[in-house]
Design a protein around this ligand. Structure first.
Ligand SMILES: Cc1cc2nc3c(=O)[nH]c(=O)nc-3n(C[C@H](O)[C@H](O)[C@H](O)COP(=O)(O)O)c2cc1C
Length: 460
């Protein structure tokens, strides 16, 4: 659960309770440098950094970003340069280190496996993220939001510290031309990094159709170890409905029979699978097992537990607002610049706050590369200022209703950017699954519940 909702603490707690704890790798580089600028309370980032195998990498990043006293009230965070196809080694090292630290911390004090979740579509930081997580011994990589066919081969290459590449999806690239993203551990970090090979993590693809699972099983460039089958009630991004999209009276995409995953076809692939989206209950787990699943992936119930990265005051506010009926979940087909439906927790005043936010794009993880008529690669996001998007050849219609997920999601984990020039502070954007009402009842019966409570409840 990004961004840093399933952080190292939550993944660690889930693992200690005997299940696979998953850290979100989304935007971890920004999360790390913001934790450092906030003074690294508890010293956890510095503990993880001290364990990194190339000490100069940590020294460099601490020098640049660590502020022992924290930021002055209202001072803005120093941002990292936004990702592009080619960025400096120094920029890549922040991503490697951030993923290393999160996985390393998640793995302390127990022997259970830890996974890393990335979004295929985000593309540019993914190679450095995977390598950093593998340096920390990540046990599973879980990826959806796209077709991650080339990731298994990347994991094989990184296990031997070999350079790896991914085809870089650029809109408008002339036919016959191919561009790549590349990452070479030796040149980015140190030639000495080759000393011992790394564990090749299991690769689990997130799918919303058996046909996609079959394609991935047969046509990936390496071993696929299983699937998460995620339905449209899950928190975060959802796959769009198949065929032409109809909206209901709340403007949400409507799903039908064609969107029901053919589990018989999936079973034929002979690989383990886990069901996700509304399975966060003992009954959900029993039903999943009865369908042949190896288990379930649960998000929303963990997002509101004590260890999750959501800001504590937001957790309480959302749960209370759900109970008193003033908040609801909406599957918003427009909010996410990715173009995928995205579930937004609509709190009182949400729409007005979103409309009042001045558009700024300064984190840029969802920027899409486009080839301009003069042959340059430009980067644009449909949530950026409309004029800038248009100047890069974007259609103004694409900008309508878009929300800045990068700034909104980081605000919701307690790292909102301050904008002194306009006297603003970024507003939070919270996502959850359709089951939020059940989560609110669960929480009401167990105030301050922990990840261990959730695991015990699910496995009872
Ligand atoms: C706050 C939140 C953030 C999420 N972020 C991601 C993400 O970054 N990547 C991803 O693959 N799934 C993400 N998900 C989906 C979860 O991994 C999981 O599949 C889903 O929540 C399961 O359904 P449930 O919410 O009904 O338990 C997110 C879910 C939540 C609630």
């Amino acid at each position: 659960m990004g961004v840093a909702v399933s952080n190292w603490r939550l993944a660690n707690a889930v693992a200690r309770a005997g299940q696979l704890g998953v850290v979100s790798g989304s935007m971890l580089d920004t999360v790390l440098v913001r934790r450092l600028q906030d003074g690294d309370p508890g010293g956890h980032m510095r503990r993880g950094i001290a364990a990194f195998p190339v000490p100069e990498v940590g020294d460099e990043i601490l020098r640049r970003y660590y502020n022992p006293g924290g930021r002055a009230a209202g001072a803005p965070y120093k941002n990292l340069p936004m990702y592009k196809q080619r960025v400096s080694d120094a920029r890549q090292r922040v991503t490697v280190l951030a993923n290393f630290v999160e996985v390393w911390l998640a793995k302390q004090g127990h022997d259970a496996p830890i996974g890393l979740n990335l979004l295929t579509k985000v593309q540019m930081p993914n190679l450095a993220s995977l390598y950093g997580a593998m340096l920390a011994g990540v046990d599973a990589v879980i990826m959806g939001a796209g077709i991650p066919r080339e990731i298994p081969g990347v994991l094989d290459a990184f296990a031997d510290h070999q350079a790896a590449q991914l085809k870089f999806d650029i809109e408008g690239l002339p036919p016959g031309e191919t561009e790549y993203l590349t990452f070479d551990p030796a040149s980015c970090l140190s030639p000495a990094i080759h000393s011992r090979s790394l564990k090749r993590p299991a690769f689990i693809a997130i799918v919303s159709a058996a046909s996609l699972a079959a394609t991935l099983a047969r046509k990936s460039n390496g071993r696929v170890d299983g699937f998460i089958v995620e339905g449209p009630t899950a928190g975060g991004h959802n796959a769009p409905p198949r065929g032409s999209v109809q909206l209901n009276e709340r403007g949400e995409p409507m799903y039908g029979d064609r969107d029901v995953v053919d589990l018989a076809k999936l079973r034929e692939l002979g690989l383990p699978f886990w069901l996700a989206g509304g399975f966060g209950s003992p009954e959900g787990l029993t039903a999943a097992i009865a369908c042949g699943a190896a288990g379930v992936q649960v998000g929303t119930l963990f997002a509101y537990c004590a260890e999750s990265g959501l800001a504590p005051e937001l957790k309480a506010h959302v749960l209370q607002s759900v109970v008193d009926g003033s908040a609801s979940i909406r599957t918003d087909p427009r909010a996410s610049p990715t173009g995928y439906p995205f579930k937004v927790v609509e709190l009182p005043g949400e729409a007005a706050r979103a409309a009042a936010r001045g558009r700024v794009c300064d984190l840029g993880y969802l920027r899409v590369p486009v080839r301009s008529p003069d042959g340059r690669t430009l980067y644009r996001c449909s949530a950026e200022p409309v004029g800038a998007y248009f100047a890069k050849g974007g259609d103004v219609a694409d900008t309508i209703g878009r929300r800045c997920l990068c700034n909104g999601l980081t605000a919701s984990i307690g790292q909102p950017q301050s904008r002194p020039a306009t006297n603003d502070i970024e507003i939070s954007l919270i996502t959850s699954g359709d089951d939020l009402r059940a989560v609110a009842s669960f929480a009401a019966a167990r105030p301050g519940y922990t990840a261990e409570h959730v695991v015990r409840y699910l496995c009872r």
